[in-house]
Design a protein around this ligand. Structure first.
Ligand SMILES: C[S@@+](CC[C@H](N)C(=O)[O-])C[C@H]1O[C@@H](n2cnc3c(N)ncnc32)[C@H](O)[C@@H]1O
Length: 288
């Protein structure tokens, strides 16, 4: 069983195109109360439809308005995102019912509403660290084509937009995460260029690589997946792509000499509390 160092754990298992990812989810502050999660109420904000070259396989596009409504109904707008106050995000805060969702509620969401454990509902410390680094070092992405892999709420991609990236693709196997990216772009008056739910990790590297920079925030939360992801990212780095990862010291970050630490940031108390004492967010560049 894998442990995800996050504030909540109900056991959930998701199967994606090529790999199986096991996660846990449990509210840290309160034990599992049964809550009625608001997926039927009125949206808080009106959403534009996705507008770009989505490459998702059949199906998800129709679900996007549903996901957007679910996110609007179950998140709050956060204006003081730790490490990146420049960015506003709709997140699951402690006063959202979804924050206290237990195993049963998440199972209902998964089986009846096609909604997986909402990783997109939080800004993860690895992603926030990476976003901070990008904003402070805009040359990393300025004028470049960027892929944010495992984008979640889109925090890294938003930082890239602020830093002047020329083309931004957000990739996440969870379509609800892509809807979250779209919403968070909207609340920051930004847009992304491509929303992609293809499971790229572990797949073959295209002959013509469409990205100059690939960024990964906090994706090493599971040992099997972390190894697969780093191996895939290494192939990109070997082909000349600039690959940068943000990680808060998770045990599954592979110990490879190809990962060169380029910066680190102290994490806020909130991050430390929510991540079992992990206190430093580190940035690594893959050089192979
Ligand atoms: C811990 S969250 C990090 C989200 C965001 N980068 C951040 O730092 O806030 C990891 C994300 O990776 C996504 N993910 C898991 N497996 C993936 C895969 N094979 N390809 C793309 N994304 C994946 C999950 O859906 C989740 O949104």
């Amino acid at each position: 069983m894998y442990t995800l160092s996050r504030r909540a754990f109900c056991i959930g298992q998701r199967t994606c195109h090529k790999s199986t990812i096991k996660t846990r989810w449990r509210p840290m502050l309160e034990p599992t109360n049964c809550v009625a999660i608001a997926y039927n109420s009125t949206p808080l904000m009106s959403m534009r439809p996705l507008h770009t070259d989505r490459q998702s396989p059949a199906g998800p596009i129709d679900l996007i308005p549903f996901y957007q409504k679910f996110i609007s109904d179950n998140t709050k707008l956060v204006r003081d995102v730790p490490l990146v106050p420049e960015i506003r995000l709709r997140l699951i805060t402690s006063d959202c019912e979804l924050y206290r969702a237990g195993e049963n509620e998440l199972a209902v969401l998964r089986t009846e509403h096609n909604i997986e454990a909402p990783f997109w509902g939080f800004a993860w410390p690895g992603g926030a660290t990476l976003a901070r680094y990008i904003i402070d070092n805009p040359h990393t992405v300025k004028g470049k084509r960027v892929l944010d892999i495992g984008a979640g709420c889109g925090i890294v991609a938003l930082a890239c937009r602020l830093a002047g990236a020329s083309h931004i693709s957000v990739n996440d196997i969870d379509d609800c995460a892509l809807a979250s990216c779209e919403i968070n772009a909207h609340v920051n008056n930004m847009e992304f260029d491509c929303f992609d739910s293809t499971n790229l990790i572990g797949g073959s590297i295209p002959e013509e690589i469409p990205w100059d920079v690939v960024l990964a925030g906090d994706i090493c939360y599971d040992d099997e997946f972390a190894s697969l992801a780093i191996a895939w990212l290494k192939q990109l780095a070997a082909r000349g792509v600039d690959v940068v990862l943000g990680d808060p010291g998770r045990p599954y970050l592979p110990r490879t000499p190809d990962l060169h630490k380029i910066a680190e940031f102290d994490l806020s108390e909130a991050f430390i509390d929510e991540n079992h004492g992990l206190s430093v967010g580190s940035l690594y560049r893959l050089k192979v």
